[in-house]
Design a protein around this ligand. Structure first.
Ligand code: SAM
Length: 429
């Protein structure tokens, strides 16, 4: 220990910050949370330092969703070991420890320069210390860390992979290292592939040939889940999406999957999606029907139908899981402020989207308007009419200016025209 730190020892001033590594060690050994040093942020009441690490405050919602699910998992199973494979400044690890009360968290980031920032932030969790073995910090490439965990049979309840790009190269190793019944929180930021602009890339990453469809951001989620379904199936597992979340900041596609024993490559929820440019009809179908793709409206199938797949065609969320997330967030008092209201709205929309009658995709208001050749009334008015007509309908959390419905586009266009006529007639009277 340096003479300087010896001099400072009796003072043990928590507000003292020094670049001298000996003094820093002294502070950590006493488990006194050092104050935030630079680039301070606060999220859900936790103050933390981001330094020069990669951090986006816009990802707070994705972190909220992960923490709620982790806490629910812990409440159900009684334990929670988390591997935060790409932790940046360690904010997720901190929140899994403090809010979800994880028993143990591995905070990993390949970039060694993040170490001091992560250590500083995790030491803010009152009962945590590296020595106390409630958390540890690593700097390995995520694939290597996950493979080593698997080889040691050190399985985790929750593996969070907050990667850049398609994220597909982490799927197999993450599936290997997660417990059966455990959770995988995976990411893609590959908006070009979901838009259908790089079908070769989506084929390489997820085994799905994706072409441009009007609900590309939902396709991004289905592509990611489909890739996980395929990888899980190789290992004899299947995955169930507990929620799927799209954020236009990035864009970022995030999916929380529960991993279970038994294969799931059945045609029920894994197949192809076709969209007819002529009538706007979307259809999900299995590989058995690949030879007979058609649309009732179409005379020239080849020209007017776009097909993508294979992808996940099943539910994007589990409504019971989302309902539990809602009540936990409410119990934690999260819905009080502006940010909380947005989260509450998001969870409600996701629950509405989980109606099993709702098909794949959504109808964009602009597309309905251009097919009807008129300005649309508010979406809430259209949704009421669709409800009255006996159709299932909800908003989409993915596209604010769209609706999900089992009403075919042609019928929807007729309803909109009818609404317009009714509005014109009532204005004449
Ligand atoms: C999107 S950021 C993580 C943000 C963080 N999870 C959060 O919520 O603030 C991705 C992080 O992964 C790290 N990274 C990139 N490639 C990696 C790899 N192959 N293995 C582990 N970490 C990696 C980067 O250094 C970066 O900090």
């Amino acid at each position: 220990m340096s003479s300087l730190s010896l001099i400072l020892k009796p003072l043990s001033i928590p507000t003292f910050i020094s670049d001298n590594p000996n003094i820093k060690t002294f502070i950590f050994q006493r488990n006194i949370p050092p104050p935030c040093k630079s680039h301070c942020h606060t999220e859900r009441g936790h103050q933390f330092d981001v330094g020069d690490t990669f951090f986006r405050s816009e990802s707070a919602t994705a972190r909220d969703l992960g923490v709620l699910s982790a806490a629910l998992y812990r409440n159900t199973t009684g334990s929670l070991r988390v591997l935060d494979a790409m932790c940046g400044c360690g904010i997720r690890s901190l929140r899994y420890l403090a809010e979800a009360e994880a028993d143990f968290v591995v905070a990993n980031d390949a970039n060694e320069n993040t170490r001091d920032i992560i250590l500083g932030n995790l030491s803010r969790v009152a009962s945590g210390s590296e020595e106390g073995k409630r958390w540890e910090v690593n700097h390995l490439p995520a694939t290597r860390l996950l493979a080593e965990c698997y080889l040691r049979k050190d399985y985790f309840d929750l593996i969070d992979v907050d990667s850049f790009g398609s994220g597909s190269s982490y799927l197999r190793v993450a599936l290997d290292a997660v417990k059966l019944g455990g959770l995988l929180y995976i990411t893609s930021t590959d908006g070009l592939s979901s838009g259908g602009h790089r079908p070769q890339q989506s084929l390489a990453a997820y085994g799905a040939y994706v072409r441009p469809l009007p609900y590309s951001n939902e396709i991004g989620l289905r592509m990611l889940i489909g890739g996980a379904v395929r990888e899980a199936s190789v290992l004899g597992y299947h995955v169930v999406p507990l929620f799927s979340y799209y954020s236009y900041h990035g864009p970022v596609f995030r999916v929380l999957l529960q991993v279970k024993r038994g294969k799931s490559l059945s045609s029920r929820y894994y197949g192809f999606i076709s969209y007819c440019n002529r009538c706007g009809n979307t259809r999900a179908f299995s590989w058995n029907e690949l030879g007979e793709i058609s649309c009732p409206c179409s005379t020239n199938v080849k020209r007017s139908i776009v097909v993508s797949g294979p992808l996940w065609t099943g539910p994007l969320h589990s409504a019971p899981h989302l309902t539990e997330m809602m009540s936990l967030a409410d119990q934690w008092g999260w819905f009080g402020d502006e940010e909380g209201k947005n989260l509450e709205k998001l969870l409600k929309q996701m629950i509405d989207e989980s109606d099993p009658k709702l098909p794949v995709g959504y109808l964009n208001a602009d597309e309905i308007a251009s097919r009807a050749k008129l300005n649309l009334p508010p979406l809430s008015v259209i949704m009421n009419s669709l409800h009255e007509g006996g159709y299932a309908v909800s908003r989409s959390h993915i596209a604010p200016n769209a609706i999900k419905t089992d009403c075919p586009m042609v019928v929807c266009v007729k309803i909109v025209k009818h609404l317009q006529q009714a509005a014109e007639m009532s204005s004449c009277h």
